[in-house]
Design a protein around this ligand. Sequence first.
Ligand code: FES
Length: 109
Amino acid sequence: MTWMDVGHINDIPLRGARIVKTPLGCVGLFRTDVAEVHAASNSCPHKGGPLSEGIVHGQKVTCPLHNWVFDLTTGAAVGEEGRIDIYPVRLEAGRILLDGTALGKRSAA
Ligand code: FES
């Protein structure tokens, strides 16, 4: 794995999200209400809704366009056919580290 520093957890509001532009593409960073961060695709597989503008609740995010719900720990849609890509991410002294190797695999797919 190649860990990339993509910001500080405090750059993201509680139960909020932001987009990070990596050399390998845009990724959504989603912060839950228990100070954890998930990294996932920003694009909803239904009709491309911007998931980073959705509502984060628990370990899930709801798409702002038609309310599909995605589990941020698995990428699976809840009650629908579909999933989003998720990426390895970890926190180190508040810094958000994203696995650039996993992003590279996505780009090549
Ligand atoms: S675009 Fe996300 S639910 Fe329709």
